[in-house]
Design a protein around this ligand. Sequence first.
Ligand SMILES: CC(C)(COP(=O)([O-])OP(=O)([O-])OC[C@H]1O[C@@H](n2cnc3c(N)ncnc32)[C@H](O)[C@@H]1OP(=O)([O-])[O-])[C@@H](O)C(=O)NCCC(=O)NCCSC(=O)C[C@@](C)(O)CC(=O)[O-]
Length: 307
Amino acid sequence: MTLPTHVKLVEVGPRDGLQNEKETVPAEAKIELVERLVDAGLTNVEAASFVSPKWVPQMATSGEVMDRIRRRPGVVYSALTPNMKGLEAALAARADEVVIFGSASEAFSQRNINCSIAASIERFREVARAAKAHSIRLRGSISCSFGCPYQGEVAPEDVADVVRRLRDLGCDEIDIADTIGTGTPAKVQAVYETVAQDYPLARLSGHFHDTYGQALVNIYAALQLGVSIFHSSVAGLGGCPYAKGATGNVATEDVLYMLDGLGIHTGVDLEKVVEAGQFISRQLGRAGSSQAGNALAAKRHSSNQNV
Ligand SMILES: CC(C)(COP(=O)([O-])OP(=O)([O-])OC[C@H]1O[C@@H](n2cnc3c(N)ncnc32)[C@H](O)[C@@H]1OP(=O)([O-])[O-])[C@@H](O)C(=O)NCCC(=O)NCCSC(=O)C[C@@](C)(O)CC(=O)[O-]
């Protein structure tokens, strides 16, 4: 078993992490969060979501956030775009990458984006064409790849079916998402082994929520197969408005701590991510849920006191 020597981390805290917060997080705080994360060396940041503000009010400031972020060369700032209205907003906001997001579960597709899987692919076709016409990177995301809050089990072949459809739309990368965090390592490996028959493994990512405490071990299981792109969220922020009880994405600090220990290069400075996590936790008025982040912050606090 050879693990990848390099992993690309996609930071989803500013989008997936914050979208479910009840209290409005001011645009200034979102902007500072994105800038701190980029300062830490993260080169892929999901910063916006151009969805209906009636459905997800927290993301209503996405245009302002994208407009006011100090853009750094080489950094990909991405935005969710469920339809042409979203795509047009993402173009106006100068997104570097747009994300069409579907589901491997019919029930979740209906709840999340108000249409069937087949209808979503038709909506995405137009979005994909426009993204290509503007030479914007296109990412596809598949929710409920390891289980659905409404239908329960999801078969690997159902995930593969959506992967093929997103591949045919021209997706440059496809996210296999564990929306409710119910996946376990054997299931994770079964899904990647199935979907990699139709799409290059090097362009598949893992998007794991930590609801059942399985996210890190699932990432390790995916690494063993050669998956080398993972999503994570600073301070473990997150949840999904359409998956009750779903907790945050795996924390960026925890993933970095594990990858650093494995000698896998990410180019990201863990200490600076811990500071970004402390920053957003102060803004939200509660402790972050990253275990490595909290341990490192406590260690720093006690060594400062001993000086
Ligand atoms: C998908 C839609 C838009 C369809 O929504 P719809 O109601 O079917 O669409 P519609 O075309 O009938 O439009 C209804 C209203 O929404 C407006 N509208 C329509 N489109 C847009 C847009 N792009 N931006 C802003 N406004 C929009 C449109 O203008 C209209 O406004 P009204 O006339 O009633 O005032 C809606 O269902 C929606 O916004 N849903 C939110 C979905 C969402 O954001 N979910 C969370 C993100 S996905 C996720 O977190 C999972 C992921 C990616 O992280 C992976 C994982 O972990 O699973």
